[in-house]
Ligand binder design. Structure first.
Ligand code: NAP
Length: 317
């Protein structure tokens, strides 16, 4: 067994990572880090957590434990300030280490990128022990578009995410009174996932996120001009993947089918009027968009089964 610790367990990404680690056949949870819950039993986070788990300790205390892998489920500033222990695999679910260009990293996260590798296992497997887990929107856009890079000069990406993408802390913009029965574009033309997607694609993208009145799930509709056969490229890229499914012709991705899972669905269409290629990706922002992908990255770094610990099976309604 490989020993694991999670920092920032009280947040949504932390709780979902905890769920995956508890179900992982090769990971043993040895420390639950949370500054807000330190000193309290595991059940203080969720009554489904039973007495066999260790109590919460501070994030600093959890980081000092002798482990093989650390999951950082912290906000961007705390993740940027984190000093990784030597010889430990660290998967950072925040954004601070994703951008490799100094100026871009400084502009969007106020930090220098450091020696972290961007890890999206199906497309950009992580190299080395320090792994920057991609953003949720970026994951969906890159799964849809990266197999086409080289054949596109840019892309327009219209994306929508459930409200858990904004985290557990209360904010006016994610309050039920703002979200329910509403659909809101935000950070229009100025979202930090746009440079992240552009960095990995090698071309700039126009990206507009929207807040959907659902708890979880994310859908990105990507519009490109390409001379390539997108379906062939996508099926080649994901034919062997247990996580990413390219749907048959005329079948569109569906949020409900991926909610609560670590899977992603991709649909490929041609617009009858313009000839544009439309690639749509649906995933769960907390699954393939966060915790599921973090565990996939840890599996690569620790040389475990690629899909160990993931939530993939079932035909839930
Ligand atoms: N939410 C997503 O869909 C998603 C997807 C991809 C990446 N991420 C990234 O993952 C990181 C964590 O995101 P998140 O969505 O988990 O944010 P979050 O729910 O706001 O949690 C962030 C941190 O705040 C503390 N916290 C959260 N809720 C709290 C509460 N109710 N009471 C007290 N403390 C609370 C937790 O630290 P302590 O446990 O130490 O108190 C936690 O680490 C961020 O950098 C985010 O960008 C999130």
């Amino acid at each position: 067994m490989q020993r694991a610790a999670i920092l920032g367990c009280a947040g949504y990404a932390g709780q979902e990572t905890l769920d995956r680690v508890l179900g992982h056949p090769e990971l043993e949870l040895v420390a639950l880090g949370s500054d807000s819950l330190a000193g309290r039993p595991a059940g203080a986070l969720d009554p489904r957590l039973n007495g066999s788990l260790p109590a919460f300790v501070t994030n600093a205390e959890a980081a000092r434990r002798d482990v093989d892998v650390l999951f950082l489920c912290l906000d961007n500033a705390a993740a940027a300030a984190f000093e990784p222990p030597a010889g430990t695999v660290v998967v950072d679910l925040a954004g601070a280490h994703r951008l490799t260009d100094d100026a871009a990293a400084s502009m969007w996260y106020g930090t220098a990128p450091g020696a972290w590798s961007y890890g999206l296992p199906e497309l950009f497997p992580p190299e080395g022990p320090l792994i920057a887990n991609p953003g949720c929107y970026a994951t969906a856009a890159l799964l849809a578009l990266a197999p086409l890079r080289g054949s596109i000069a840019g892309a327009v990406i219209d994306a929508k995410s459930g409200v858990s993408g904004a985290g557990r802390s209360l904010k006016a913009s994610s309050h039920a009174g703002s979200v329910l029965e509403n659909l809101t574009p935000y950070a229009v033309g100025a979202h930090r996932h746009a440079p992240e997607i552009g960095q990995q694609l090698g071309v700039p993208v126009c990206f507009v996120p929207h807040l959907l009145p659902v708890r979880r799930g994310l859908l990105a509709t990507c519009y490109v001009q390409t001379g390539a056969d997108a379906r062939v490229l996508l099926e080649e890229a994901y034919g062997e993947s247990p996580v990413v499914r390219v749907l048959p012709e005329e079948v569109a991705p569906d949020l409900a089918r991926v909610q609560g899972t670590d899977a992603a669905e991709i649909g490929v269409f041609t617009d009858g009027e313009t000839g544009m290629t439309i690639v749509i990706c649906a995933l769960d922002n907390l699954g393939k968009g966060a915790a599921g992908q973090a565990v996939q990255n840890a599996n690569v770094a620790l040389e475990l089964e690629p899909a160990a610990g993931l939530r993939l099976s079932g035909v839930l309604v």
